[in-house]
Design a protein around this ligand. Structure first.
Ligand SMILES: [Fe+2]
Length: 250
């Protein structure tokens, strides 16, 4: 099972770098389309657009529609839940029943669970008791497969960059960490938001952050020849060894 993981495209209409952001996404999808073997799916871990506007989503969705593999989306702090739902609802995996953008994908050897870590008051992450309850229910719905989790905000202390904690406080992050560790079947956590690569653990669960696709917003030092080349991750799952992650440069 192969997952292509992209994040933080921040598609915009009126920023000075709007064309570059769109091009970064187009080129990334074109690059993913050349992977051999092909990925089973693509996951975008949020901040799909920059201002939450329907016109931005229309642009992002039309570009993502060029992907050969099915695309699953996660909501980031720059996303607007209702407008995101409007742009991607035809794909069938976004149930209308919840105020949160959360769902499970059961079509693969690893069960995928997408979480909503948005806060109503800041760009940082939140995870209320209701979401923790729903996560435990989602995990317990199917008990035979390992589980991979996708979030926008990384649920671990990020030791690179200026902000170690990407949740509003330790409390909601601890609540999420406890829910993730409870079953013993979560094998990996994949996130975005930080705009630079990072890795860590939630208990014994491996967790990683993919850099942002938008090259103009990327953090960290890259050599000059890479300044305009997006970076994404490919996560390959082996039943014996778990996930192995490759960094791809477009
Ligand atoms: Fe973000």
């Amino acid at each position: 099972m192969i997952i292509a993981h992209i994040s933080d495209t921040h598609i915009a209409l009126d920023t000075p770098d709007a064309d570059q952001r769109r091009s970064d996404l187009e080129r990334s999808i074109a690059n993913i389309n050349t992977l051999d073997p092909a990925p089973d799916l693509i996951v975008h871990t949020g901040d799909i657009v920059h201002s939450g506007q329907p016109e931005e989503y229309a642009l992002a969705a039309s570009t993502l529609a060029n992907a050969r593999a099915p695309v699953y989306v996660v909501a980031g702090n720059k996303d607007h839940r209702a407008n995101l739902r409007g742009a991607f609802s035809s794909r069938g995996y976004l149930g209308p029943e919840s105020e949160f953008i959360e769902y499970a994908v059961d079509d693969y050897p690893v069960r995928l669970i997408v979480l909503d870590t948005l806060s109503s008051s800041s760009n940082r992450g939140d995870f209320c008791a209701e979401r923790a309850r729903r996560l435990i229910e989602l995990i317990d719905d199917e008990t035979t497969k390992p589980v991979a989790i996708f979030t926008h905000h990384p649920p671990f202390i990020v030791t690179v960059g200026p902000h170690p904690l990407h949740f509003e406080t330790q409390e909601p992050m601890s609540r999420l960490q406890q829910a993730l560790q409870r079953s013993g079947r979560v094998v990996a956590i994949f996130s975005g938001h930080v705009h630079r690569p990072a890795a860590g653990y939630v208990g014994t669960i491996r967790a990683s952050v993919v850099p942002c696709i938008a090259t103009t917003l990327r953090k960290g030092d890259y050599p000059a020849h890479m300044q305009s080349r997006p970076v994404y991750h490919v996560h390959r799952f082996d039943p014996d060894g778990g996930f192995a992650t490759e960094t791809r440069i477009v």
